[in-house]
Ligand binder design. Structure first.
Ligand SMILES: C[S@@+](CC[C@H](N)C(=O)[O-])C[C@H]1O[C@@H](n2cnc3c(N)ncnc32)[C@H](O)[C@@H]1O
Length: 182
């Protein structure tokens, strides 16, 4: 199963029948997962966070795109594709051209039923994302992310360390998805 289908299953199992679901995707790229989530869940309100600006995602770009840099033009094109892909759901999406940490500051604690971390995959990036977004989940909410065990990422180590210090049980699924219930 692809990772975005795993996310849909998780949301369906834990929040599928809710009148309103609040979720955030951190790291949006071309809006593929955003579109699938918005299409699958008619009561979903989705916050989509990505600056689409390599100067502000330097750690991610230097680690994962050094041999083929993401140019300004490429990133603007990705942003436009995202706008187009999710246009049908414009009343339920909120696109924030911010970094993860900038965006996290905009929300009160316990604002979300699901947060999906798929942005900076370095150890530091994931560690910061976990600390910033964990408190934004409601009790019972799904905190999840992508690329657990992915090559050259710090995801598994950062998630394992965070789970150890916060006493969380981490579940692993197909598509390199990790998740826990808050
Ligand atoms: C792997 S892609 C996301 C894929 C997307 N979630 C999907 O499923 O289609 C990673 C994205 O994270 C963004 N990113 C990197 N560092 C970030 C940060 N610190 N804050 C927010 N977004 C970041 C990048 O710009 C890139 O578009």
């Amino acid at each position: 199963m692809r990772y975005y289908h795993v996310l849909c299953e998780l949301l369906k199992t834990h929040r599928g029948s809710a009148d309103r679901i609040d979720a955030a995707e951190i790291g949006v790229a071309h809006g593929r997962t955003s579109r699938i989530l918005l299409k699958t869940f008619p009561t979903l309100r989705l916050v989509m966070v990505d600056p689409w600006d390599a100067a502000r995602t330097r750690r991610y770009d230097e680690t994962f795109h050094s041999s083929k840099p993401r140019t300004k033009e490429k990133l603007e094109a990705a942003y436009k594709i995202t706008l187009r892909r999710t246009q049908r759901f414009a009343d339920r999406r909120q696109i924030l051209r911010y970094t993860s940490l900038e965006a996290a500051k905009l929300f009160e604690p316990m604002s979300f039923d699901m947060v999906f971390l798929d942005d900076d995959h370095t150890y530091e990036g994931v560690r910061e994302g976990l600390a910033a977004w964990g408190p934004k989940l409601r009790p019972g909410g799904i905190f999840c992310g992508h690329d657990y065990g992915g090559p050259n990422t710090g995801v598994s180590e950062a998630v394992t360390d965070w789970a150890g210090t916060t006493h969380r049980l981490i579940h692993l699924e197909d598509g390199m998805v990790w998740w826990t219930r808050m």
